[in-house]
Design a protein around this ligand. Structure first.
Ligand SMILES: [Zn+2]
Length: 261
């Protein structure tokens, strides 16, 4: 599956993108916010926040209303890598993915994940700033309690309207059709990558870097039947997939470029 022709992530060359006037602003809505929950967890591959409750995403050139199920992050061990999407071959230290599925057409996330119009993912790139990002701080504060996936901990964090996670100028974004970036890499994703970035401080980024991957049992003693692991635990960093070939895909953009005369 991961050898398909329309895979993600990709390198975006803004100069080669094509303006599409149908790529309008997104609309987010969340009825019954009082009963909704955000639950943060380390799944061994990422820090993921599951949205328990009704969070919807519409417009933005999407044909259907999509239901947001989770958001998660990809980050690097150093500043020059971490994001999945790159702009002119340059990576950013972090990328956030807001994952939603087509609830109008399909019955479950699992079913939608295999259909060409099943998923819509919003990608938000980060740059390092000298200042903490207050929006990320509730999550950063609980990471020490979920940093080891073997603890199997999950922690509730305050619910925030999803549109607050968008960068400045959220009307400016890139659009293409691609895939999930983890196996089985289904080509079911309408991708949006925002032009502008959010910020994260060096301190906050280092908290993400202190998380761990899952323990892998590599040796089982035939005599004692005791499983031992291969030395120290691996830090959970560089959890990004490398960019994939475009294979003729056209990347669209939502905004016009005004040329100076
Ligand atoms: Zn992702």
């Amino acid at each position: 599956m991961c050898a398909g022709k329309y895979q993600s992530p990709i390198d975006i060359r803004p100069i080669d993108t094509v303006y599409n006037r149908q790529l309008t602003n997104f609309v987010f809505y969340h009825p019954q916010r009082e009963t909704a929950k955000f639950i943060a967890k380390n799944n061994g591959h990422s820090i993921q926040v599951n949205t328990d409750g009704q969070f919807f995403l519409a417009y933005g050139g999407l044909q259907y209303t999509y239901r947001i199920s989770q958001f998660h992050f990809h980050w690097g061990s150093s500043r020059e890598k971490g994001s999945e999407h790159t702009i002119y071959k340059a990576a950013d230290p972090m990328e956030m993915h807001i994952v939603s599925w087509n609830e109008e057409k399909y019955r479950s996330m699992a079913e939608a994940a295999m259909q060409p119009d099943g998923l819509a993912v919003l990608g938000i790139l980060f740059r390092v700033s000298d200042y903490d990002n207050p929006l990320l701080e509730p999550l950063v504060l609980v990471i020490p309690y979920i940093r080891d996936p073997e603890w199997n901990n999950s922690v509730e964090i305050p619910v925030v309207p999803m549109n607050e996670f968008l960068p400045n100028c959220p009307e400016k974004y890139y659009r293409y059709h691609g895939s999930l970036t983890t196996p089985r890499c289904y080509e079911s994703v309408t991708w949006t990558v925002f032009k502008r970035r959010l910020t994260i401080s060096k301190r906050q980024l280092n908290v993400f870097r202190q998380t761990l991957t899952k323990e892998v049992a590599i040796h089982q003693s035939p005599r004692t039947n005791i499983k031992t692991t291969g030395g120290g635990r691996e830090p959970l960093v560089d959890n990004f997939r490398p960019v994939q070939p475009l294979n003729g895909r056209v990347i669209e953009r939502s905004y016009q470029i005004l040329h100076a005369v």
